[in-house]
Write a protein that binds this ligand. Structure first.
Ligand code: AMP
Ligand code: MG
Length: 504
């Protein structure tokens, strides 16, 4: 910061701490003994209207390591509950996180600035309130990759190492992630107050959520039912987008599902390699509750838990409230199906908006048949779609064949059906191929690459592999010869039995 510049680092305006002051606990971050930068997101800082140079300074580091509270911040630990793997915990809350405050970004949107890993709070239960370098960088990378894929997500403004040793099954370097979110309102936030029979607080929370995420509903009769509908629609869209890139969240507990429709809490998440809807990577998901193919059903289940908290606001007569909420929840399936079809149609170059083209069912069958082929022949999900455009560009050779092994004949007959459908559509193949490349990423955070990058960062504090991977996955659609290796699936031994862990 120049000596003349007395502008605060953040122009905070903290509605959560101010308007919902009884729904969180004012709290301070723990001190970091020897903070140092791991990563700073200058582009995001600019988008937030922040002074990147000022923030990248020692003063900024002190703030983002919890050693100085930036002017205007009102750090609070937020209360929430949640269903974890189906079982209800009435009190979770920010056990290792703090909401610092809110800023208005360059697009006029209100964004939360929050810490993760900033020490114990009244919600910590047995935990130490800390986070380790590996999981913090993992969340940083995954969030930025999702953002680059066009998927709503919380993002990382910074990751700093605290200089503290924390203990898991081994000693690890501690770190703090600075997370940016449209809000940190979760399904579990509503559950916290509903579980206590505190319908008045649920009402204030719902009205706050409406003001923040759905202001056009404010004056509407039945606004709480409308809020439920809006959240269902956002989540249907979000999960359909996850399915379109092979993303497995891994821990879709109700405390990890936002009201805003952003992806949140990157713990054991990972991207599919060989397509199989039963894929689970999380070491604690023993029964496959959060398997790839279960995600839409789980999202709907979580939304039903949200609906339960809103019932008293929807109608004073319980039966009427249940009937209205059920109707909204029942619309989740069709909304998801519509989004899924829209997204997957783009992936294979088909036009047609659902309901109008008259060939929804045929297109859905074409897509499902392709997915069945990918499944049967253990084809990489990402490349299985990305390389389809090459089959259009060079119809004489079949660039997909190597991916399908013994499935060549089945592939050929599917390709013939697909080409026929494209021909009926009448768009020039070259145009279709280019449009497909803009819908099918080539570079995703592949598990072995993520592990290599995190190993280097945690083992020898060498951030270069991380930064290189970050640069690759944040430009996911443009093929670059120098990044060819990053597009390849892991070897069998890297992929077999790959397990992810919660970031605790
Ligand atoms: P998560 O698995 O990160 O979504 O966290 C679930 C719950 O456990 C939240 O209430 C977290 O605040 C809490 N939690 C996770 N890790 C820790 C930790 N190291 N210390 C205290 N609380 C934690
Ligand atoms: Mg969580």
């Amino acid at each position: 910061m120049s000596p003349h510049d007395t502008r605060p680092l953040f122009a905070f305006d903290n509605t959560y701490a101010r308007d919902l002051e009884d729904m969180s606990v004012p709290w301070q971050p723990a001190r970091s003994p020897a903070p140092r930068w791991l990563q700073f997101n200058r582009a995001l800082a600019a988008d937030l209207g922040l002074d990147g140079d000022a923030l990248a300074s020692d003063a900024g580091l002190a703030c983002l390591a919890g050693n100085a509270i930036p002017d205007g911040a009102q750090p609070v630990a937020q209360a929430y509950a949640g269903h974890q793997f189906g079982g209800f915990s009435p009190q979770l809350g920010d056990g290792r996180a703090l909401l610092l405050g809110e800023v208005i970004d360059r697009h006029g949107r209100r964004r939360d600035i929050a810490f993760k890993g900033s020490g114990r709070t009244p919600f910590s239960r047995g935990g130490d309130g800390k986070a380790a370098v590996g999981p913090v960088l993992r969340e940083y990378l995954m969030g930025e990759a999702m953002h680059a894929l066009g998927i709503p997500t919380t993002r990382a403004l910074a990751a700093v190492a605290t200089g503290e040793t924390i203990f898991r099954d081994q000693p690890l370097h501690g770190a703090i992630l600075t997370r940016v979110a449209a809000s940190h309102l979760r399904v579990g936030t509503f559950q916290f107050f509903a579980a206590r029979g505190d319908h008045e607080r649920v009402r204030r929370l719902a009205d706050y959520a409406i003001a923040r995420h759905d202001p056009e509903l404010r004056a509407q009769d039945g606004r709480h039912l409308a809020l439920l509908r809006a959240v269902c629609e956002r989540q249907a869209r979000l999960v359909a987008q996850w399915m379109g890139v092979g993303f497995i969240h891994g821990v879709m507990n109700t405390d990890n599902m936002t009201i805003s429709g952003e992806t949140i809490d990157y713990g054991p998440c990972a991207f599919l390699e060989a397509y199989d809807p039963a894929t689970v990577f999380s070491s604690i998901d023993h029964h496959g509750r959060y398997a790839f193919g279960n995600q839409p059903g789980i999202a709907q289940w979580n939304l039903a838990r949200l609906a339960e908290t809103l019932l008293p606001l929807i109608d004073t007569d319980e039966d009427t409230a249940v009937a209205r909420a059920t109707e909204v929840l029942d619309a989740f399936g069709p909304a998801f199906d519509r989004e899924w079809l829209r997204i997957h149609r783009r992936k294979i170059g088909l036009q047609g908006s659902t309901g109008t083209a008259g060939n929804d069912e045929a297109d859905r069958a074409l897509l499902n048949d392709y997915l069945a082929l990918l499944h049967r022949h253990h084809v990489d999900f990402t490349l299985g779609f990305r390389r389809l455009s090459d089959a259009l560009r060079s119809p004489a050779v079949n660039p997909l064949a190597p991916l399908f092994g013994a499935g060549g004949a089945e592939l050929a007959s599917w390709l013939a059906r697909w080409r026929q459908r494209l021909q009926d559509q009448g768009t020039p193949p070259a145009d279709v191929a280019d449009a497909m490349d803009a819908a099918n990423p080539l570079y995703i955070p592949r598990n072995h690459l993520v592990e290599n990058a995190l190993d280097a960062a945690t083992g020898s504090m060498d951030l270069r592999p991380f930064e290189r991977l970050l640069a690759v996955v944040t430009r996911p659609y443009d093929e670059r010869p120098e990044d060819a290796l990053c597009a390849l699936p892991g070897s069998a031994e890297q992929t077999e039995g790959y397990r992810t862990f919660c970031g605790t």
